[in-house]
Design a protein around this ligand. Sequence first.
Ligand SMILES: NC(=O)c1ccc[n+]([C@@H]2O[C@H](COP(=O)([O-])OP(=O)(O)OC[C@H]3O[C@@H](n4cnc5c(N)ncnc54)[C@H](O)[C@@H]3O)[C@@H](O)[C@H]2O)c1
Ligand SMILES: [Zn+2]
Length: 380
Amino acid sequence: MSPFALRTEQTTRIVDPCAHGGGYDVRVESGALRRLGELLSAAAPASAYVVIADDRVAGLHGHAALDALAHAGLTGHLLTFPAGEASKTRETWSTLTDALLRLGVGRDGCIIALGGGVTGDLAGFVAATYLRGIALVQAPTTLLAMVDAAIGGKTGVDAPLGKNLVGAFYPPRLVITDPDVLHTLPDAQLRAGLAEAVKHGAIADRAYFDALPEAAEALMSRAGDALESAVRRSIAIKGAVVTEDPLESGRRAILNFGHTIAHAIERVTDYAIPHGFAVAMGLVIEARIGESLGVSEPGTAAAIEDALHALGLPAALPHDVAAIALVGATRSDKKTRASQVRYALLRRIGEPARADDGSWTIAVDDSVVLDVLESDGETG
Ligand SMILES: NC(=O)c1ccc[n+]([C@@H]2O[C@H](COP(=O)([O-])OP(=O)(O)OC[C@H]3O[C@@H](n4cnc5c(N)ncnc54)[C@H](O)[C@@H]3O)[C@@H](O)[C@H]2O)c1
Ligand SMILES: [Zn+2]
């Protein structure tokens, strides 16, 4: 029997008071890209559709999107920019918004963000600001974007002083997720997305957490329905959290499990480690922080390490990352309040921890983090 004998839905509804009509659907369907025109006519009618994609995704899947629009009798344009995080800037934002003005796209136009998280954030911010906001559809093409970036309405660009510092909450009209596009995604990128899936299992669903490593081979081969089921399950988990807390004032913090350390790793390595790999390391380290505080059940970190190992994800820090530098880097995290670093921790696999005051993050002393980092390897 498939380890993914978990019930999953084709469509997840995200309730968001800021969204047009009070929410939006996330639709996961193999072949959805080929039905783009049909899906858009129903959920996001517009006078013209502008697909924004990086040059790599445009080459692989841009024509399929444009063909689908033409097939449904819709007006479609394609705007591209160079692939990579280095393009997630105000400079690319201004190039794209100027191109939209030249195309004469009006307030009744619609932007389709076709690509990974970089495209979703950048094209989303373009949609949020162009003519004070036009309709946006997210069409994620990396696993990371499918299970994370395309859901929740966060858009924005990087600044020289840090990532994601300029942006807006701007919910899409619809999220169209076609797992077929993952066939062209490099393995390392697929694994990076699986780290977020492990996180989803760890914060919300023990059965899902257990199913992921069991299905490692099927997931990586992209065969059968394992990957599609995982995408759906992760979307349902992130969707439920975001629905409860659309503007990130409380419970949404649990999605940051693993991320305080992950962001610090990214900073001290100057972003040489892909986000998903940094998250994998962060999940283990933060589980060990939870165990050392007595907040997380013993064995939590080991269980996460085993799951990551089965999925071919790194669990240990690179040796050239100094513990003290890493602790320093956690201090510039956005989740720092009143000079204490707050972490989203687990109670056990499948269940987040709550602080005594009911909040979803727990203040942790630097010395605790340092001890955990310096005892690296003791849990295996
Ligand atoms: N808005 C949010 O809530 C949120 C959440 C998580 C991450 N993010 C952001 O997402 C970004 C990272 O996302 P990412 O990892 O998807 O990066 P990305 O968009 O740069 O995509 C990674 C690479 O994969 C290529 N690619 C994309 N789809 C492909 C496909 N189907 N086949 C072959 N190649 C493909 C891209 O061209 C790119 O080179 C970061 O900027 C991060 O800040 C945002
Ligand atoms: Zn992440």
